[in-house]
Design a protein around this ligand. Structure first.
Ligand code: NAD
Length: 352
């Protein structure tokens, strides 16, 4: 069972909860709009289902409402920003606004953002840059629970470390590649577990390090009290990307890497290294645009593989989902709605 809810209605409800949790109205609206946009884009794992976790994080002190970035270093094309555990939907946007302005001024800007609370869908930030004709590259680490195993390893050692690349395509829709380096999102395993489904080979190892098809191994503690782990995508290559995200998004930003046992804290901290390039300032803009569009045309001429809808470019599935869900509403499952309602009750109790 689930309910189909219009985006506006969902946005208002979430904004009200975030405000109840201590945020000023403008912040609450920005956080709500970002989460609902993730749902609209088809990524329910990063949408309104995060709200209960955010509320718990505020109540535990791991997430600080009404907190923006602090500038640690500013050399012009190099920015080092401390997210100070503020909402990532706020700090991430601030970091991108500063980075975009600098990239236009200097041709490039590297932004190191540390200690931000959950940044949500990283594609949101790439979309800000491509809308201004800029290329942007993001490496992100996750300090929350080590749910992903290193290639060749037998337990979870790091997070789902996303990577994102946004490229403007002239007057056409941009290329926005935005993915977790785990084979599949943790949220999708919870859904499969709740439905009693098994998952394909190659997604998971159990609490003893053996391959399994049971999604429960990453959802509930197993017989020995430990969890299993997700695998990285693309075997050793995905592991390499995940490690690059930890080294760049975690170590280089100063936010830190994961190297300790898990605890039960609800806060999710992200570190994000962003590199923004202005093709106009690089002097290659016209050739870049011509070649990029020629390559897209070439790809689209490929015949459909049997049983597929043909070639899609990164960013297209999200745009299609937005058109559909904006019109027809967003399906939210009962478990998520119950958790959101429980958060509302929790906040009400706090105010009595
Ligand atoms: P996914 O597996 O759905 O992959 C998404 C990417 O693949 C998108 O760029 C999409 O346009 C592209 N894509 C999808 N189908 C395609 C097709 N048929 N042909 C060509 N391209 C296609 O997404 P995911 O890995 O589950 O990640 C989901 C979201 O979770 C992302 O927005 C990511 O930023 C976010 N995330 C955030 C965190 C965090 O800590 N903040 C952690 C992990 C993931």
């Amino acid at each position: 069972m689930s309910q189909c809810i219009p985006a506006d209605q969902l946005r208002q409800r979430v904004a009200s909860i975030i405000q109840q949790a201590g945020s000023q109205a403008a912040e609450a609206e920005q956080v709500a709009a970002n989460l609902v946009m993730a749902n609209l884009s088809g990524h329910d794992s990063h949408g309104v289902g995060m709200v209960p976790r955010y509320v718990d994080a505020v109540l535990e002190g791991g997430l600080s409402p009404n907190t923006g970035v602090k500038v640690v270093l500013d050399t012009g094309p190099l920015l080092n920003l401390d997210g100070q555990r503020g909402y990532g939907q706020i700090t991430g946007v601030q970091a991108m606004q500063m980075g975009i302005e600098r990239a236009k001024q200097y041709g490039v800007c590297t932004v190191a953002l540390s200690r931000s609370h959950h940044l949500g869908r990283i594609g949101h930030f790439a979309e800000m840059a491509v809308a201004q004709g800029l290329v942007s590259i993001h490496f992100v680490n996750v300090l929350s629970r080590p749910v992903v195993a290193p290639y060749g390893g037998g337990d979870g050692r790091f997070g789902t470390n996303p990577c994102c690349i946004g490229v403007p395509m002239g007057q056409r829709k941009p290329f926005v590649l935005d993915f977790a380096t785990s084979r599949v999102a943790q949220g999708k395993m919870r859904v499969a577990y709740n439905k009693g489904e098994q998952v394909p080979d190659g997604y998971l190892i159990d609490e003893k390090g053996h391959p399994t098809n049971n999604p429960g191994v990453v959802v509930v503690p197993q017989s020995n009290g430990f969890f299993g782990a997700l695998m990285t995508f693309g075997d050793h290559k995905g592991f390499g990307m995940a490690m690059a995200c930890e080294l760049l998004g975690g170590a280089l930003t100063g936010g830190g890497t994961w190297h300790r046992e898990a605890d039960n804290k609800r806060a999710v901290l992200n570190g994000m290294l962003t590199m923004i390039v202005d093709p106009v300032r690089l002097g290659t803009h016209d050739a870049f645009e011509k070649e990029a569009l020629a390559f897209e045309d070439w790809l689209r001429q490929s015949p459909n593989a049997p049983g597929t809808e043909g070639v899609l470019l990164a960013g297209e599935p999200e745009r299609k989902a937005r058109t559909d869900r904006q019109l027809n509403g967003i399906w939210v499952d009962d478990a998520t709605l119950a958790e959101i309602q429980a958060s509302e009750e929790k906040l009400k109790q706090r105010h009595v």
